[in-house]
Design a protein around this ligand. Structure first.
Ligand SMILES: [Zn+2]
Length: 311
């Protein structure tokens, strides 16, 4: 009897020990499987991000190529040339007499407003602005930004609509990066020209090989920076006209102002001028500009302004 009992106890102990060992083995297997999975995941992730870098690299290389190389496959947008555009004024004629002289008064009692929109096209605001302009049969000038065009998957469509509906398209460059364009607040002419050429390529690739604009607006404005004489010389040689503004709605000044404040700022800055080149923005964070636009048009109309574009 005693012997049998000892045997039973021994068997039980052996069973417990083998149970413990097998549990440990099973846990170890699971742990290793988990580590293996994590490694595989890391490798897949590394491969994908590598592809991303390659994609970015190839986009950069595309810019280095001349547009002319693939121009045969580009469709043209029907952008109206200055000579054929009844709503556009010749920048080469208007700007030296007005903006470059800072003289905005006319002898002939005509009052002209140039509505300008910078930094777009944007996903939501630009088309709402186009709708309002269309409803009022008014043409405006859009200073488009390459980096905005690239970050908006509908920009091709929107830019083509801007062209088709008879507005003017100017360039605001690609990066809007002050430290790159104006290190120590002084224009880096080479960096500036490259930045604007990059946007030219983007615009041509969307609007067609025949598209070109000789109208630009400096990010931050021409009068804000030092060393603009060197840039002006290059622009003059290239036949490019830069245009600042002499009126604004204040939508660039930080927060998204309510429409009433924007209209007040417009009235204040237009004052009694006969020519108003009005700075506004068609970016998505400036919802106030979309909301105020009709009231601004109504105000300018009541003040006797015609609406024209610069090309
Ligand atoms: Zn801007």
């Amino acid at each position: 009897m005693r012997r049998k009992e000892v045997k039973r106890i021994r068997r039980t102990i052996l069973f417990i020990i083998s149970l413990l060992i097998s549990t440990t083995i099973i846990f170890e297997i699971f742990d290793r499987l988990d580590k293996f999975n994590r490694n595989v995941y890391k490798k897949v992730e590394a491969l994908t991000s590598n592809n991303k870098v390659n994609d970015e690299e190839s986009i950069k290389n595309e810019y280095d190529n001349e547009v002319e190389e693939n121009s045969s496959v580009l469709d043209n947008s029907g952008y109206i040339k200055l000579e054929d555009d009844i709503n556009a004024d010749d920048a080469a004629e208007i700007l030296p007499k007005t903006m470059y002289e800072w003289n905005f008064y006319r002898e002939d009692n005509r009052k002209i407003a140039y509505l300008t929109f910078d930094d777009g096209p944007s996903k939501h605001s630009t088309e709402k602005i186009l709708d309002i302009l269309k409803k009022n049969d008014i043409k405006a000038t859009f200073f488009t930004l390459g980096s905005s065009i690239e970050s908006n998957d509908r920009s091709s469509e929107i830019l083509k609509r801007i062209a088709k509906e008879g507005h003017a398209i100017g360039s605001h460059g690609y990066s809007h990066n002050y430290s790159k364009l104006y290190p120590n607040r002084t224009v880096d002419v080479k960096a500036f020209v490259e930045d604007f050429q990059k946007n030219d390529v983007i615009l041509k690739n969307i609007l067609g090989k025949d598209f070109s604009t000789r109208l630009i607006r400096l990010p931050g404005g021409h009068s804000s920076w030092n060393g603009t004489e060197a840039l002006d010389k290059v622009l003059y040689e290239k036949g490019i006209w830069q245009v600042d503004w002499n009126a604004l709605n204040g939508d660039a000044e930080g927060r998204d102002f309510p429409k009433e404040a924007l209209l007040d700022k417009l009235k204040e800055t237009v004052g009694d001028k006969d020519i108003a080149i009005i700075l506004m923005h068609d970016t998505d964070n400036k919802k106030g500009t979309v909301e105020y636009l009709q009231s601004a048009i109504d105000y300018l109309k009541a003040e006797g302004f015609e609406f024209r574009t610069l090309k």
